[in-house]
Design a protein around this ligand. Structure first.
Ligand code: PXL
Length: 279
């Protein structure tokens, strides 16, 4: 059985970060371990008045205990991180838990649609770039890619060449595999493009573009692709599984957007994910 440790906050209400990653990783038949970086009453994307308890100081102690127990991970997957100091400590965690054959996966959660999430800055993006340098796989959306490269966000006006060149620039940060999410070359389809720096291979996978904004789809996608790569799926199958599952979750939320504006209804789709991982 494979084992992933995911490092991100727990937003107690709101269906994102750990409350999405843990059930998805478990459904994929992978042992899910967690390092909670902070406890929030809700996520920050649309709620006001949320509480925030920082757990940065606990992370080195958790790591030390696990080292004493000689626990090893097939993948370390990081999501939302809340401070410079947290990035530094997660970077130390990478150094401690990297092995010859495990995967360090970074979703550089910072923003979407050309805007930072609450509390993030350009200086944070520069620090996040340092963490991406150590990763085997990074999973930015187009906004996060621009922030990592210190470039202008292009909005919807780009073609395939622009994306390929952006993938190459991102890979120069030092990462072996870059998966760029939220790529759309026409209004009917949306998906991802990836680049493997070692083989020079690009690949793309697209599914229906469903109009609207669906919170937490980034965390759903990143959790599934992290699981799929950990299970040893090749990039094509990993990307297809993650995109198709994310689209199923969005479709399952259509018609309930008013009530479920804060996160997609991924739970009812988990049986499909279990099935996708059996094939
Ligand atoms: O979905 C990413 C995410 C994770 N954690 C927190 C967030 C967000 C996005 O807004 O606010 C706390």
């Amino acid at each position: 059985m494979k084992r992933i440790v995911t490092i991100q906050d727990i937003s107690c209400f709101g269906k994102c970060s750990l409350t999405v990653a843990l059930p998805i990783i478990s459904a994929m038949g992978i042992e899910a371990c967690a390092v909670p970086t902070a406890v929030l009453s809700t996520h920050t994307g649309g709620f006001t008045g949320y509480t925030y308890r920082d757990l940065t100081q606990d992370i080195p102690n958790i790591a030390k205990h696990w080292k004493n127990l000689d626990i090893k991970f097939d993948a370390v997957y990081t999501g939302y991180l809340g401070s410079f100091e947290q990035i530094k400590i997660v970077s130390d965690f990478f150094d401690e838990f990297k092995t010859d054959d495990n995967l360090l996966i970074v979703d550089p959660v910072m923003g979407d649609k050309g805007k930072f999430y609450a509390g993030f800055t350009n200086a944070f993006a520069a620090e996040m770039r340092g963490l991406c340098k150590k990763a085997d796989v990074i999973l930015p959306n187009l906004t996060e890619a621009a922030l990592l490269l210190n470039e202008e966000y292009v909005g919807d006006s780009y073609g395939e060449n622009y994306i390929k060149e952006m993938l190459i620039r991102l890979s120069r940060i030092g990462t072996k595999i870059v998966v760029l999410t939220g790529v759309s070359f026409d209004k009917n389809s949306q998906g991802v493009m990836s680049y493997n720096r070692e083989t020079g291979e690009f690949s793309g996978y697209f599914n229906e573009n469903i109009p609207g904004y669906f919170h937490s789809t980034g965390d759903v996608f990143s959790s599934v692709i992290s699981g799929a790569l950990t299970l040893g799926f090749d990039m094509g199958k990993a990307v297809k599984t993650a995109v198709d599952f994310t689209v199923s979750c969005i479709k399952n939320t259509l018609g309930c957007e008013k009530e479920h504006w804060y996160g997609v209804k991924f739970e009812e789709c988990l049986p499909d994910l279990i099935e996708m991982c059996r094939r």
